[in-house]
Ligand binder design. Structure first.
Ligand code: NAD
Ligand code: UDP
Ligand code: UDP
Length: 313
């Protein structure tokens, strides 16, 4: 048994499964807690025989009594299709989930990291986004259950820090991609790759000129761990993402080139409240964590395409 016991909520999801694997690789014991709403056992199947790994089915909106030293709170559906499927549950997961995990951290004196999101900036009118920007978020729209839930979770983290002296870390994660993404979750990278590999039309929402900045999952996980390991004075929030910014048309063209697909591009309506542009300012992460992403889009897309190729063919 290791002397470092780490809880990862949402550990059977896309990012969580990579995080569990990396923590085990560093010699930690990992307790993965997940209700399998969007996560899947197959994402952690390769870890089940590891003596330091434990998988527990549990919904974080209910209290959790376990003994750990560190908590990574990732539980929350992240793709618009999934978080809009049951928006009330999405807000409960962010808010009640944060309260329960903060209560757990308080009882144990454990360090706790929140997986927050660039969505706290909403449809930003400051570009690129720095952590000091308060955001431009619609409180009553289709994305609000996710955006406002995550904003409230940040508030809870900082209030537990001020009121109960909890050791907190808040990461604002920007669009992340890689193996273990859910093939049907509607996010742009998985959609384009699956469409290209199966010869279906590649769906561009709106004019395709909106931008996103895509971070490969290995880089992101390294950043989360670096943030957790900072000294107690560092609470964040810290942006974690890759500043390389692309339009959706550019992304589609890169995917078509790398897959050698002949799929055509088709236009579909832009979903409501879809942000026009998004790019992290990662000055803070560079200075505070000594972190920056290393994997360029093309290289990360190749590994992701290989993963989906094995899955969908
Ligand atoms: P994901 O949907 O693959 O993973 C989320 C995991 O949480 C899933 O395994 C799901 O089953 C689990 N979960 C959901 N509700 C739960 C509940 N009530 N109790 C227990 N488990 C629950 O998404 P992901 O992309 O891996 O995202 C992980 C975290 O990172 C999320 O908090 C998300 O908001 C955040 N994030 C992700 C991105 C991204 O681009 N992927 C960007 C910003 C923030
Ligand atoms: N909680 C938990 N595990 C623990 C301790 C607390 O899940 O080990 C939950 C509990 O349900 C509580 C919440 O965390 O409602 C907030 O805890 P806190 O101590 O802040 O508040 P209180 O117990 O006073 O409501
Ligand atoms: N998008 C697209 N085609 C798709 C899926 C998404 O053009 O098949 C667009 C979407 O409108 C958004 C961008 O890609 O502008 C990123 O969408 P995603 O859902 O991946 O992430 P988020 O909007 O949460 O950043």
């Amino acid at each position: 048994m290791s002397d470092r016991r780490v809880l990862v909520t949402g550990g059977a999801g896309f990012i969580g499964s990579h995080l569990c694997e990396r923590l085990l690789g560093e010699g930690a014991d990992v307790l993965c807690v997940d209700n399998f709403f969007t996560g899947r056992k197959r994402n952690v199947a390769h870890l089940l025989n590891h003596p330091g790994f434990e998988l527990m089915r549990h919904d974080v909106t209910f209290p959790l009594y376990v003994e750990v030293d560190e908590i990574y709170n990732l539980a929350c559906p992240a793709s618009p299709i999934h978080y809009q499927h049951d928006p009330v549950q999405t807000t409960k997961t962010s808010v009640h989930g944060a309260i329960n995990m903060l209560g757990l951290a308080k009882r144990l004196g454990a360090k706790i990291l929140q997986a927050s999101t660039s969505e706290v900036y909403g449809d930003p009118d400051v570009h690129p986004q720095q952590e000091s920007y308060w955001g431009n978020v619609n409180p009553i729209g289709f994305r609000s259950c996710y955006d406002e839930g995550k904003r409230c979770a940040e508030t809870l983290f900082f209030d537990y820090h001020r009121q109960h002296k909890l050791r907190i870390k808040v990461a604002r994660i920007f669009n992340t991609y890689g193996p273990h993404m859910h093939p049907n979750d509607g996010r742009v990278v998985s959609n384009f790759i699956v469409q290209a590999l199966t010869g279906q039309p590649v769906t561009i929402y709106g004019d395709g000129q909106q931008t996103r900045s895509f971070c490969y999952v290995d880089d992101l996980v390294r950043g989360l761990i670096a943030l957790m390991e900072t000294d107690d004075s560092v609470t964040g929030p810290v942006n974690l993402g890759n500043p390389g910014e692309f339009t959706m048309i550019e992304l589609a063209e890169a995917v078509l080139r790398l897959t050698g697909s002949k799929s055509e591009l088709v236009r579909q309506p832009l979903p409501p409240d879809d942000p026009r542009q998004r790019q992290p300012d990662i000055t803070r992460a560079r200075e505070w964590l000594g972190w920056e992403p290393r994997i360029p889009l093309e290289e990360g897309l190749k590994s992701t395409i290989a993963y989906f190729d094995a899955l969908v063919r």
